[in-house]
Design a protein around this ligand. Sequence first.
Ligand code: GLN
Length: 479
Amino acid sequence: MNVPELTISQLRAAYDAGDVTPTDALDALAAEIDAKDGDIGGYLEHDLELAKKEAENADLSLPLGGVPIAIKDLINVAGQNCRCASKMLEGYHSPYDATVIKNLRAAGAIPFGRTNMDEFAMGSSNENSGIQICRNPHDTDRIPGGSSGGSAAVVAANTAIAALGSDTGGSIRQPASHCGIVGLKPTYGRVSRYGLVAFASSLDQIGPMTKTVEDSALLMNALAGPDPLDSTCLDETAPDYTAGLDGGVKGLKIGLPKEYFAEGISPDVEAKVRAAIAKLESQGAEIVDISLPNTEYAVATYYIIATAEASANLSRFDGVRYGHRADISEIENADEAELITHYKRSRAEGFGPEVTRRILLGTYVLSSGYRDQYYARAQKVRTLIRQDFIDAYEKVDLIASPVSPTPAFKIGEKNSDPLSMYLADIYTISTNLAGVCGISVPCGTVSESSSDLPVGLQLLGKPLGEAELLQAAHAYEVG
Ligand code: GLN
């Protein structure tokens, strides 16, 4: 048995049968990371000795007892680095566990390893990491997607059993799609954000990145639920997401939004997604044509709201309270000018180009004179986009679409053109603006320059419709 290849449920079964111990599993994973991760760059770091200490006390009677989970580098784990793949947070150690980490630990899991990402989760390719490049395990000349590129890459490369990611505009689903794994973005408020370093607080959600839909359900059982430490977390207990997994799709109405199958999509990707939808139909789902008419405004709306929130959230990184601090020892007088210089230099040295661009954009759209024209108007359009989904869910139970218009592109291909990178988010960002849930499930591969590149089917659910979403995704996956 090759432990790193196992799913959560297979690893649990191996523990129960006494074939492997959590310590063995960690040793096997660490050996696999040493062998493979140099070519991938999915991990920023991992502490085997610390994890092994936790493994010695693992309670195997718990649902995730002894299961190592890789953690995206923007979720706080007490005592570990939390750099958001940014130089700005070099040397920062988390003083506390995020609620999702507490929940994982309560279910018996062991946080193991910090995964690479776009700096502060801003990007779609992982090329914005301030620490190191991350590569797609299916073709190391290509991007793994982003911003949770490291989490997707390590699960796909079998150097992790499963991982956590975060999704503000597609950052779980898009890298999952490009790496051929399962990625779930929960409904806004389903999973606590306490201890997640905020990018855009009204859009961010943490979610599971796994080898199977069943594993996604197993992780959601631990992650989801109310949290008094996050006032935006819904006060509603979560169901058992594994209970209805085998329920199938018979009678489910699945909507195909015409705007998501329009110009710009690669014909090969479209063919794979349509074949996946045909399979769901053959399993008993009813396919219905629908429209989400405000889709064309989603990219512009997202890049106004997300940057506005980011500019406010990232103002806390001032060189005084956290992380990187510029050396201004040559300035003599401890006056106000010195303080401002200190802020400016610390931020200029600490943030990479994309984060700087977003802070500038966000500050601009919130500035007096432009606020109504950009930010306030984007909020109104966001309401229209949300209404599109409410109207659609009057007619259908789920929505199906591609995750990304193309398979993983080459490293460097879009890096010099931020707009073309932003446009690649077209099918994922409306989900966050509307606050609904979505999943990416592998639906085959397309061949490009002699590589087989994974394609993801996206299914979108109603608010708090994760159980139904997982049920349909599972039916597709195993059927
Ligand atoms: N690609 C999008 C962006 O760059 C989404 C990022 C995310 O979901 N964190 O903002």
